[in-house]
Ligand binder design. Sequence first.
Ligand code: FAD
Length: 459
Amino acid sequence: MSYNIVIIGAGPGGYVAAVRAARLGAKVAIIEKDEVGGTCLNRGCIPTKTLAYGAGLLNNIRRAAEFGITTGEVAVDFSRMVERKNKVVSQLVVGVNYLIKKNKIDLIKGTARLQAPGKVSVAAEDGKEIVITTDNIIIATGTEPALSTALGYDGELVLTSNEALSIAGVPEKLLVIGGGVIGCEFACIFNALGSKVTVLEVMPTILPVVDKEVAKTMQGLLKRQGITVKTKAKILEVKKSAGTVTAILESGEEIAAGRALISIGRSMNSRGLGLEEAGVAVGRRGEVIVNDKLETSVPGIYAIGDVTGKVQLAHVASAQGLVAVDNILGRSREMDYRAIPNCIFTHPEVAGIGLTTQEAQEKAITVKSGKFSFAASGKAQAMGETSGFVKVLADPESDRVLGVHIVGPRATDLIAEAALAIRMDVTVKQLTETIHAHPTLSEAVLEAAEAVHGMSIHA
Ligand code: FAD
Protein backbone atom coordinates (compact mmCIF):
# COMPACT_ATOMS: atom_id res chain seq x y z
CA MET A 1 0.00 0.00 0.00
CA SER A 2 1.29 3.46 -0.88
CA TYR A 3 -0.13 6.90 -0.14
CA ASN A 4 0.54 10.63 -0.60
CA ILE A 5 -0.15 11.24 3.09
CA VAL A 6 -0.35 8.88 6.07
CA ILE A 7 -1.73 10.41 9.25
CA ILE A 8 -1.11 8.81 12.65
CA GLY A 9 -4.00 9.53 15.02
CA ALA A 10 -7.62 10.34 14.19
CA GLY A 11 -8.29 13.10 16.74
CA PRO A 12 -9.46 16.60 15.71
CA GLY A 13 -5.98 17.22 14.31
CA GLY A 14 -5.66 14.01 12.31
CA TYR A 15 -9.15 13.50 10.92
CA VAL A 16 -9.60 17.14 9.90
CA ALA A 17 -6.24 17.03 8.09
CA ALA A 18 -7.26 13.75 6.41
CA VAL A 19 -10.56 15.13 5.13
CA ARG A 20 -8.97 18.34 3.82
CA ALA A 21 -6.17 16.42 2.10
CA ALA A 22 -8.59 13.97 0.49
CA ARG A 23 -10.80 16.84 -0.73
CA LEU A 24 -7.74 18.39 -2.31
CA GLY A 25 -7.15 15.15 -4.22
CA ALA A 26 -4.49 13.38 -2.11
CA LYS A 27 -4.50 9.64 -1.49
CA VAL A 28 -4.77 9.46 2.28
CA ALA A 29 -4.64 6.82 5.02
CA ILE A 30 -5.31 7.49 8.69
CA ILE A 31 -4.15 5.11 11.40
CA GLU A 32 -5.99 4.96 14.73
CA LYS A 33 -5.44 2.55 17.61
CA ASP A 34 -8.69 3.46 19.39
CA GLU A 35 -11.93 5.24 18.40
CA VAL A 36 -11.83 7.98 15.76
CA GLY A 37 -12.36 11.46 17.19
CA GLY A 38 -9.45 11.13 19.63
CA THR A 39 -9.34 12.66 23.09
CA CYS A 40 -11.60 15.54 22.07
CA LEU A 41 -14.54 13.44 21.03
CA ASN A 42 -14.16 10.39 23.28
CA ARG A 43 -12.58 11.63 26.52
CA GLY A 44 -12.33 15.43 26.31
CA CYS A 45 -14.26 18.34 24.84
CA ILE A 46 -17.52 16.63 23.91
CA PRO A 47 -18.14 14.37 26.94
CA THR A 48 -17.18 17.12 29.40
CA LYS A 49 -19.33 19.69 27.67
CA THR A 50 -22.28 17.29 27.56
CA LEU A 51 -22.01 16.78 31.32
CA ALA A 52 -21.37 20.50 31.86
CA TYR A 53 -24.52 21.35 29.93
CA GLY A 54 -26.51 18.98 32.15
CA ALA A 55 -24.97 20.54 35.25
CA GLY A 56 -25.86 24.03 33.95
CA LEU A 57 -29.43 22.92 33.27
CA LEU A 58 -29.64 21.64 36.82
CA ASN A 59 -28.39 24.98 38.17
CA ASN A 60 -31.09 26.74 36.16
CA ILE A 61 -33.85 24.35 37.25
CA ARG A 62 -32.87 24.95 40.87
CA ARG A 63 -33.37 28.67 40.27
CA ALA A 64 -36.73 28.16 38.52
CA ALA A 65 -38.75 29.76 41.35
CA GLU A 66 -36.84 33.03 40.79
CA PHE A 67 -38.37 33.09 37.30
CA GLY A 68 -41.87 32.28 38.57
CA ILE A 69 -41.68 28.62 37.62
CA THR A 70 -42.74 25.94 40.06
CA THR A 71 -41.02 22.60 39.74
CA GLY A 72 -41.43 19.34 41.60
CA GLU A 73 -38.60 17.80 43.50
CA VAL A 74 -35.41 17.94 41.45
CA ALA A 75 -33.20 14.86 41.48
CA VAL A 76 -30.10 13.79 39.59
CA ASP A 77 -29.87 10.40 37.90
CA PHE A 78 -26.16 10.44 37.15
CA SER A 79 -26.16 7.09 35.34
CA ARG A 80 -28.67 8.55 32.84
CA MET A 81 -26.53 11.64 32.42
CA VAL A 82 -23.59 9.37 31.64
CA GLU A 83 -25.77 7.34 29.26
CA ARG A 84 -26.78 10.51 27.41
CA LYS A 85 -23.14 11.64 27.27
CA ASN A 86 -22.16 8.25 25.81
CA LYS A 87 -24.91 8.54 23.20
CA VAL A 88 -23.77 12.00 22.13
CA VAL A 89 -20.20 10.71 21.83
CA SER A 90 -21.15 7.62 19.83
CA GLN A 91 -23.33 9.63 17.43
CA LEU A 92 -20.41 11.94 16.72
CA VAL A 93 -17.99 9.01 16.36
CA VAL A 94 -20.36 7.60 13.72
CA GLY A 95 -20.25 11.01 12.04
CA VAL A 96 -16.44 11.07 11.89
CA ASN A 97 -16.34 7.49 10.55
CA TYR A 98 -18.83 8.56 7.89
CA LEU A 99 -16.67 11.56 6.91
CA ILE A 100 -13.63 9.32 6.59
CA LYS A 101 -15.50 6.86 4.39
CA LYS A 102 -17.24 9.52 2.31
CA ASN A 103 -13.92 11.15 1.50
CA LYS A 104 -12.41 7.78 0.48
CA ILE A 105 -9.78 7.87 3.21
CA ASP A 106 -8.39 4.48 4.23
CA LEU A 107 -8.89 4.02 7.99
CA ILE A 108 -6.36 1.52 9.30
CA LYS A 109 -7.02 0.31 12.85
CA GLY A 110 -3.89 -0.41 14.88
CA THR A 111 -0.86 1.11 16.55
CA ALA A 112 1.49 2.93 14.19
CA ARG A 113 5.24 3.28 14.37
CA LEU A 114 7.64 5.10 12.07
CA GLN A 115 10.12 2.75 10.46
CA ALA A 116 11.86 5.43 8.42
CA PRO A 117 10.83 8.58 6.57
CA GLY A 118 8.11 7.39 4.18
CA LYS A 119 7.57 4.07 5.94
CA VAL A 120 5.07 3.33 8.69
CA SER A 121 4.34 -0.02 10.31
CA VAL A 122 0.97 -0.77 11.88
CA ALA A 123 0.42 -3.43 14.53
CA ALA A 124 -3.21 -4.47 14.31
CA GLU A 125 -5.20 -5.76 17.30
CA ASP A 126 -5.07 -9.30 15.88
CA GLY A 127 -1.27 -9.21 16.11
CA LYS A 128 -0.71 -8.82 12.35
CA GLU A 129 1.71 -6.15 11.19
CA ILE A 130 1.56 -4.27 7.91
CA VAL A 131 3.98 -1.78 6.44
CA ILE A 132 2.76 1.13 4.36
CA THR A 133 4.77 3.52 2.28
CA THR A 134 3.94 7.17 1.81
CA ASP A 135 5.35 10.43 0.48
CA ASN A 136 4.47 12.30 3.68
CA ILE A 137 3.59 11.49 7.29
CA ILE A 138 1.60 13.62 9.73
CA ILE A 139 2.03 12.72 13.41
CA ALA A 140 -1.18 13.58 15.29
CA THR A 141 -0.97 11.28 18.29
CA GLY A 142 -2.16 13.71 20.97
CA THR A 143 -1.71 13.36 24.72
CA GLU A 144 -2.65 11.30 27.78
CA PRO A 145 -3.37 12.53 31.33
CA ALA A 146 -0.14 13.31 33.20
CA LEU A 147 0.31 11.26 36.36
CA SER A 148 2.53 11.53 39.39
CA THR A 149 3.26 8.49 41.54
CA ALA A 150 2.86 10.51 44.76
CA LEU A 151 -0.74 11.17 43.81
CA GLY A 152 -1.69 7.48 43.96
CA TYR A 153 -3.53 7.05 40.66
CA ASP A 154 -5.47 3.76 40.60
CA GLY A 155 -8.41 4.56 38.29
CA GLU A 156 -10.91 3.85 41.07
CA LEU A 157 -10.42 6.13 44.04
CA VAL A 158 -7.86 8.37 42.42
CA LEU A 159 -8.94 9.15 38.88
CA THR A 160 -7.98 11.09 35.81
CA SER A 161 -10.49 12.85 33.56
CA ASN A 162 -10.76 9.59 31.57
CA GLU A 163 -12.44 7.72 34.44
CA ALA A 164 -14.18 10.74 35.99
CA LEU A 165 -16.41 10.97 32.91
CA SER A 166 -18.07 7.64 33.68
CA ILE A 167 -17.81 7.01 37.45
CA ALA A 168 -20.53 4.89 39.00
CA GLY A 169 -22.07 7.69 41.10
CA VAL A 170 -21.60 11.24 42.31
CA PRO A 171 -19.05 11.19 45.15
CA GLU A 172 -20.14 12.91 48.35
CA LYS A 173 -16.77 14.64 48.52
CA LEU A 174 -14.41 15.18 45.61
CA LEU A 175 -10.84 16.36 45.73
CA VAL A 176 -9.69 18.02 42.51
CA ILE A 177 -5.90 18.04 42.28
CA GLY A 178 -4.94 20.88 39.93
CA GLY A 179 -6.93 24.07 39.39
CA GLY A 180 -6.33 24.38 35.66
CA VAL A 181 -8.96 24.28 32.95
CA ILE A 182 -9.90 20.59 33.27
CA GLY A 183 -9.89 20.70 37.09
CA CYS A 184 -12.13 23.77 37.26
CA GLU A 185 -14.56 22.36 34.68
CA PHE A 186 -14.95 19.10 36.62
CA ALA A 187 -15.20 21.03 39.92
CA CYS A 188 -18.22 22.95 38.54
CA ILE A 189 -19.86 19.82 37.12
CA PHE A 190 -19.60 17.76 40.32
CA ASN A 191 -20.42 20.72 42.55
CA ALA A 192 -23.69 21.21 40.64
CA LEU A 193 -24.41 17.48 40.91
CA GLY A 194 -24.08 17.64 44.70
CA SER A 195 -20.45 16.78 45.56
CA LYS A 196 -18.61 18.82 48.17
CA VAL A 197 -15.64 19.83 46.02
CA THR A 198 -12.19 20.99 47.12
CA VAL A 199 -9.76 22.24 44.48
CA LEU A 200 -6.06 22.07 45.38
CA GLU A 201 -3.75 24.22 43.28
CA VAL A 202 -0.02 24.51 43.88
CA MET A 203 0.26 27.91 42.15
CA PRO A 204 -0.83 31.18 43.79
CA THR A 205 -3.99 31.30 41.61
CA ILE A 206 -6.21 28.89 39.74
CA LEU A 207 -6.31 29.07 35.92
CA PRO A 208 -2.75 30.46 35.66
CA VAL A 209 -2.87 30.96 31.87
CA VAL A 210 -5.98 33.12 32.03
CA ASP A 211 -5.95 36.94 32.44
CA LYS A 212 -5.20 37.42 36.14
CA GLU A 213 -8.23 39.63 36.85
CA VAL A 214 -10.50 37.02 35.24
CA ALA A 215 -8.83 34.17 37.19
CA LYS A 216 -9.23 36.06 40.48
CA THR A 217 -12.89 36.77 39.75
CA MET A 218 -13.48 33.13 38.80
CA GLN A 219 -11.85 31.95 42.01
CA GLY A 220 -14.32 34.12 43.96
CA LEU A 221 -17.25 32.83 41.89
CA LEU A 222 -16.23 29.19 42.50
CA LYS A 223 -16.13 29.88 46.24
CA ARG A 224 -19.53 31.56 46.07
CA GLN A 225 -20.95 28.33 44.61
CA GLY A 226 -19.63 26.39 47.58
CA ILE A 227 -16.42 25.04 46.02
CA THR A 228 -13.42 25.21 48.36
CA VAL A 229 -10.35 26.49 46.55
CA LYS A 230 -6.93 26.17 48.17
CA THR A 231 -4.06 27.78 46.30
CA LYS A 232 -0.32 27.38 47.09
CA ALA A 233 -1.38 23.90 48.21
CA LYS A 234 1.48 21.49 47.67
CA ILE A 235 0.49 17.85 48.05
CA LEU A 236 3.17 15.61 49.55
CA GLU A 237 1.22 12.39 49.33
CA VAL A 238 -2.21 10.94 48.69
CA LYS A 239 -3.15 8.13 51.08
CA LYS A 240 -5.94 5.65 50.43
CA SER A 241 -7.92 3.49 52.82
CA ALA A 242 -11.33 1.79 52.59
CA GLY A 243 -13.08 4.14 50.18
CA THR A 244 -11.32 7.28 51.38
CA VAL A 245 -8.61 9.36 49.76
CA THR A 246 -6.60 11.74 51.94
CA ALA A 247 -4.31 14.42 50.55
CA ILE A 248 -1.46 15.31 52.86
CA LEU A 249 -0.38 18.90 52.22
CA GLU A 250 3.03 20.42 52.85
CA SER A 251 1.32 22.77 55.31
CA GLY A 252 0.45 19.73 57.44
CA GLU A 253 -3.24 19.92 56.55
CA GLU A 254 -5.00 16.66 55.61
CA ILE A 255 -8.05 16.71 53.32
CA ALA A 256 -10.17 13.60 52.92
CA ALA A 257 -12.71 12.75 50.19
CA GLY A 258 -14.43 9.79 48.57
CA ARG A 259 -12.61 10.32 45.28
CA ALA A 260 -9.74 12.40 43.93
CA LEU A 261 -9.39 13.66 40.38
CA ILE A 262 -5.89 14.32 39.10
CA SER A 263 -5.85 17.18 36.59
CA ILE A 264 -2.24 18.31 36.54
CA GLY A 265 -1.65 18.47 32.79
CA ARG A 266 -1.11 16.14 29.84
CA SER A 267 1.83 14.04 28.61
CA MET A 268 2.64 13.84 24.92
CA ASN A 269 2.08 10.58 23.05
CA SER A 270 5.49 10.58 21.42
CA ARG A 271 7.11 7.56 23.06
CA GLY A 272 7.23 4.25 21.22
CA LEU A 273 6.50 5.95 17.90
CA GLY A 274 9.94 5.34 16.45
CA LEU A 275 10.69 9.07 16.31
CA GLU A 276 14.31 8.77 17.41
CA GLU A 277 15.03 6.04 14.85
CA ALA A 278 13.48 8.20 12.12
CA GLY A 279 15.57 11.19 13.28
CA VAL A 280 12.61 13.35 14.37
CA ALA A 281 13.64 15.89 17.03
CA VAL A 282 11.69 15.71 20.28
CA GLY A 283 11.79 18.33 23.05
CA ARG A 284 12.28 18.02 26.80
CA ARG A 285 8.57 17.55 27.49
CA GLY A 286 8.26 14.87 24.82
CA GLU A 287 6.81 17.33 22.31
CA VAL A 288 7.53 16.79 18.62
CA ILE A 289 9.39 19.91 17.57
CA VAL A 290 7.83 21.71 14.60
CA ASN A 291 8.22 25.05 12.85
CA ASP A 292 5.28 27.29 11.89
CA LYS A 293 4.75 25.19 8.75
CA LEU A 294 4.35 22.15 11.07
CA GLU A 295 7.47 20.57 9.57
CA THR A 296 9.55 18.42 11.92
CA SER A 297 13.32 18.08 11.69
CA VAL A 298 12.86 15.40 8.98
CA PRO A 299 11.63 16.40 5.50
CA GLY A 300 8.29 14.77 4.69
CA ILE A 301 7.36 14.26 8.36
CA TYR A 302 4.97 16.78 9.89
CA ALA A 303 3.37 16.96 13.35
CA ILE A 304 0.18 18.65 14.50
CA GLY A 305 -2.04 18.97 17.57
CA ASP A 306 -1.36 18.36 21.23
CA VAL A 307 1.77 16.29 20.57
CA THR A 308 3.52 19.43 19.29
CA GLY A 309 3.17 20.95 22.78
CA LYS A 310 2.15 24.31 21.33
CA VAL A 311 -1.43 25.06 22.40
CA GLN A 312 -3.41 22.03 23.59
CA LEU A 313 -6.84 22.82 22.18
CA ALA A 314 -8.93 20.92 19.66
CA HIS A 315 -9.43 23.90 17.33
CA VAL A 316 -5.67 24.53 17.28
CA ALA A 317 -5.04 20.86 16.38
CA SER A 318 -7.49 21.18 13.47
CA ALA A 319 -6.03 24.50 12.32
CA GLN A 320 -2.53 23.01 12.40
CA GLY A 321 -3.82 20.03 10.41
CA LEU A 322 -5.06 22.30 7.64
CA VAL A 323 -1.78 24.23 7.53
CA ALA A 324 0.27 21.00 7.40
CA VAL A 325 -1.85 19.67 4.51
CA ASP A 326 -1.51 22.95 2.60
CA ASN A 327 2.27 22.80 2.99
CA ILE A 328 2.42 19.15 1.89
CA LEU A 329 0.35 19.96 -1.18
CA GLY A 330 2.55 22.91 -2.14
CA ARG A 331 0.31 25.72 -0.86
CA SER A 332 2.90 27.28 1.48
CA ARG A 333 1.30 28.54 4.70
CA GLU A 334 2.31 29.24 8.31
CA MET A 335 0.40 28.89 11.57
CA ASP A 336 -0.72 32.15 13.15
CA TYR A 337 -0.98 31.65 16.92
CA ARG A 338 -1.95 35.29 17.63
CA ALA A 339 -5.70 34.83 17.68
CA ILE A 340 -6.57 31.63 19.50
CA PRO A 341 -9.69 31.64 21.63
CA ASN A 342 -9.22 29.85 24.94
CA CYS A 343 -12.55 28.74 26.37
CA ILE A 344 -13.32 27.30 29.80
CA PHE A 345 -16.73 25.75 30.33
CA THR A 346 -17.08 26.49 34.02
CA HIS A 347 -20.07 28.13 35.68
CA PRO A 348 -20.00 30.93 34.64
CA GLU A 349 -17.90 30.49 31.53
CA VAL A 350 -14.48 32.00 30.91
CA ALA A 351 -12.97 32.92 27.55
CA GLY A 352 -9.95 34.89 26.49
CA ILE A 353 -7.89 35.73 23.46
CA GLY A 354 -4.69 37.62 22.78
CA LEU A 355 -2.61 39.60 25.24
CA THR A 356 -3.38 39.19 28.96
CA THR A 357 -2.82 41.83 31.63
CA GLN A 358 0.09 39.86 33.11
CA GLU A 359 1.75 39.38 29.69
CA ALA A 360 1.49 43.13 29.08
CA GLN A 361 3.16 43.74 32.45
CA GLU A 362 5.87 41.09 31.94
CA LYS A 363 6.72 42.36 28.44
CA ALA A 364 6.37 46.03 29.48
CA ILE A 365 3.74 46.59 26.79
CA THR A 366 1.70 49.72 27.43
CA VAL A 367 -2.01 49.08 26.96
CA LYS A 368 -5.22 50.93 27.50
CA SER A 369 -8.16 48.92 28.74
CA GLY A 370 -11.92 49.06 29.03
CA LYS A 371 -14.20 46.93 31.16
CA PHE A 372 -17.92 46.34 31.23
CA SER A 373 -19.75 44.42 33.89
CA PHE A 374 -22.56 42.00 32.99
CA ALA A 375 -24.52 43.51 35.90
CA ALA A 376 -25.16 46.52 33.61
CA SER A 377 -26.27 44.37 30.63
CA GLY A 378 -30.01 44.20 29.96
CA LYS A 379 -29.77 40.70 28.50
CA ALA A 380 -27.69 39.39 31.42
CA GLN A 381 -30.26 40.86 33.82
CA ALA A 382 -33.07 39.18 31.86
CA MET A 383 -31.22 35.87 32.12
CA GLY A 384 -30.39 36.37 35.78
CA GLU A 385 -26.70 35.83 34.96
CA THR A 386 -25.05 39.06 36.02
CA SER A 387 -21.70 37.87 37.42
CA GLY A 388 -18.54 38.75 35.54
CA PHE A 389 -17.31 41.21 32.97
CA VAL A 390 -15.72 41.77 29.57
CA LYS A 391 -12.31 43.40 29.40
CA VAL A 392 -10.72 44.77 26.22
CA LEU A 393 -7.00 45.57 26.01
CA ALA A 394 -5.82 47.81 23.18
CA ASP A 395 -2.71 49.47 21.84
CA PRO A 396 -2.82 53.16 22.83
CA GLU A 397 -1.06 54.25 19.63
CA SER A 398 -2.62 52.18 16.87
CA ASP A 399 -5.91 51.61 18.76
CA ARG A 400 -5.72 47.92 17.71
CA VAL A 401 -7.50 45.37 19.89
CA LEU A 402 -4.76 43.27 21.55
CA GLY A 403 -6.73 41.10 23.96
CA VAL A 404 -10.28 40.36 25.08
CA HIS A 405 -11.04 38.52 28.32
CA ILE A 406 -14.46 37.49 29.53
CA VAL A 407 -15.88 35.82 32.60
CA GLY A 408 -19.64 35.54 32.52
CA PRO A 409 -22.61 34.08 30.66
CA ARG A 410 -21.89 32.55 27.22
CA ALA A 411 -18.32 33.85 27.34
CA THR A 412 -17.28 30.94 25.11
CA ASP A 413 -19.60 32.10 22.32
CA LEU A 414 -18.91 35.83 22.78
CA ILE A 415 -15.18 35.36 22.19
CA ALA A 416 -15.71 34.62 18.46
CA GLU A 417 -16.12 38.34 17.70
CA ALA A 418 -12.85 39.07 19.51
CA ALA A 419 -11.08 36.34 17.51
CA LEU A 420 -12.09 38.00 14.26
CA ALA A 421 -11.14 41.44 15.61
CA ILE A 422 -7.63 40.34 16.58
CA ARG A 423 -7.10 38.23 13.45
CA MET A 424 -8.10 41.17 11.22
CA ASP A 425 -6.20 43.84 13.26
CA VAL A 426 -9.46 45.62 14.02
CA THR A 427 -9.22 48.87 16.01
CA VAL A 428 -11.31 49.68 19.05
CA LYS A 429 -12.92 52.45 16.99
CA GLN A 430 -13.95 49.97 14.28
CA LEU A 431 -15.32 47.60 16.89
CA THR A 432 -17.37 50.33 18.54
CA GLU A 433 -18.69 51.52 15.17
CA THR A 434 -20.05 48.03 14.52
CA ILE A 435 -23.72 47.88 15.46
CA HIS A 436 -24.40 45.16 18.02
CA ALA A 437 -27.94 43.80 18.35
CA HIS A 438 -30.02 44.69 21.40
CA PRO A 439 -30.63 43.09 23.82
CA THR A 440 -27.74 40.65 23.50
CA LEU A 441 -24.76 39.68 25.61
CA SER A 442 -22.55 40.83 22.74
CA GLU A 443 -23.39 44.41 23.73
CA ALA A 444 -21.08 43.81 26.72
CA VAL A 445 -18.18 43.37 24.27
CA LEU A 446 -19.21 46.61 22.53
CA GLU A 447 -19.47 48.52 25.80
CA ALA A 448 -16.10 47.20 27.06
CA ALA A 449 -14.58 48.43 23.78
CA GLU A 450 -16.31 51.81 24.21
CA ALA A 451 -14.93 51.94 27.77
CA VAL A 452 -11.39 51.83 26.32
CA HIS A 453 -12.07 55.38 25.06
CA GLY A 454 -14.06 56.28 28.19
CA MET A 455 -17.23 56.30 26.06
CA SER A 456 -19.30 53.38 27.38
CA ILE A 457 -22.94 54.47 27.71
CA HIS A 458 -23.97 52.07 30.45
CA ALA A 459 -20.75 51.53 32.43
P1 FAD B 1 -6.04 13.58 20.26
O1 FAD B 1 -7.42 14.10 20.23
O2 FAD B 1 -5.46 13.18 21.57
O3 FAD B 1 -6.00 12.36 19.25
C1 FAD B 1 -4.85 11.57 19.10
C2 FAD B 1 -5.27 10.22 18.58
O4 FAD B 1 -4.10 9.50 18.22
C3 FAD B 1 -5.99 9.36 19.61
O5 FAD B 1 -7.21 8.91 19.08
C4 FAD B 1 -5.03 8.20 19.88
O6 FAD B 1 -5.71 6.99 20.12
C5 FAD B 1 -4.27 8.14 18.55
N1 FAD B 1 -2.94 7.55 18.67
C6 FAD B 1 -1.96 7.85 19.56
N2 FAD B 1 -0.84 7.13 19.30
C7 FAD B 1 -1.12 6.33 18.25
C8 FAD B 1 -0.39 5.37 17.52
N3 FAD B 1 0.87 5.08 17.81
N4 FAD B 1 -1.01 4.74 16.49
C9 FAD B 1 -2.29 5.00 16.16
N5 FAD B 1 -3.04 5.92 16.82
C10 FAD B 1 -2.46 6.58 17.83
N6 FAD B 1 -10.00 21.29 23.86
C11 FAD B 1 -10.81 22.26 23.42
O7 FAD B 1 -10.48 22.92 22.44
N7 FAD B 1 -12.01 22.53 24.04
C12 FAD B 1 -12.41 21.84 25.13
O8 FAD B 1 -13.49 22.11 25.67
C13 FAD B 1 -11.58 20.80 25.63
N8 FAD B 1 -11.95 20.07 26.69
C14 FAD B 1 -11.15 19.05 27.12
C15 FAD B 1 -11.55 18.32 28.22
C16 FAD B 1 -10.76 17.27 28.68
C17 FAD B 1 -11.19 16.46 29.87
C18 FAD B 1 -9.55 16.94 27.98
C19 FAD B 1 -8.69 15.80 28.43
C20 FAD B 1 -9.15 17.68 26.89
C21 FAD B 1 -9.93 18.75 26.45
N9 FAD B 1 -9.56 19.53 25.35
C22 FAD B 1 -10.36 20.55 24.94
C23 FAD B 1 -8.28 19.29 24.64
C24 FAD B 1 -8.55 18.52 23.34
O9 FAD B 1 -9.18 17.31 23.65
C25 FAD B 1 -7.23 18.29 22.63
O10 FAD B 1 -6.59 19.53 22.43
C26 FAD B 1 -7.43 17.62 21.28
O11 FAD B 1 -8.10 16.39 21.42
C27 FAD B 1 -6.08 17.39 20.61
O12 FAD B 1 -6.28 16.79 19.38
P2 FAD B 1 -5.16 15.88 18.68
O13 FAD B 1 -5.75 15.49 17.37
O14 FAD B 1 -3.87 16.56 18.74
O15 FAD B 1 -5.00 14.60 19.64
